[in-house]
Design a binder for this molecule. Structure first.
Ligand code: ATP
Ligand code: MG
Length: 150
């Protein structure tokens, strides 16, 4: 399913909807080319879940943690990782049952079955977000309509 994001406000609205819909402990892969808006979506998701601190790309530190009243948001940037399987040995699976959300920029669906992929793509007028479930339990149908009833 593809959702047009004409502006940052649309991205913020998508993040709010995702914050209400994504199950506890969900693994979310953010894909799409450089500058597509992956970190921006993480920022709005953290904001929607009540995090008030700074959200920046963990390009060098690999992992950032954002505590919220709903649980921990774990933000990973796999851009520089030659082998994303390493994330398993770094304890990614230990995070999953405890974290509210684990978000992996550049995450590879082949390495992470059981994830929801949000693919961001720049267009002439903004961005599009395509949601794909890779075996994750996620109510995609709630995103089917242009506006959800609530
Ligand atoms: N929906 C949108 N509409 C307009 N501009 C956007 C949108 N989403 C993101 N941007 C802008 O695009 C730029 C790059 O965004 P961002 O850093 O989030 O991309 P990224 O995919 O994380 O990049 P990288 O691949 O380097 O990690 C930012 O200036 C951001 O404000
Ligand atoms: Mg980024």
């Amino acid at each position: 399913m593809t959702i047009p994001l004409h502006s940052l406000e649309d991205t913020r609205a998508l993040a709010q909807k995702l914050a209400q819909t994504l199950p506890e402990g969900n693994l979310v892969l953010l894909t799409g080319p450089m500058g597509a808006g992956k970190t921006t979506l993480v920022k709005f998701l953290a904001e929607a879940l009540g995090f008030r601190g700074e959200v920046t790309s963990p390009t060098y530190t690999l992992i950032h943690e954002y505590p919220t009243e709903h649980g921990l948001i774990v933000h990973i940037d796999a851009y520089r990782m030659a082998d994303q399987e390493e994330l398993y040995s770094l304890g990614l699976e230990d995070y999953l049952p405890e974290a509210r959300l684990v978000l992996v920029e550049w995450g590879d669906p082949r390495v992470f079955p059981g994830s929801l992929e949000i693919h961001l793509e720049p267009t002439q007028t903004g961005r599009t977000a395509t949601l794909r479930s890779h075996g994750a339990i996620f109510p995609l149908e709630r995103f089917a309509g242009k506006e959800s009833p609530g």
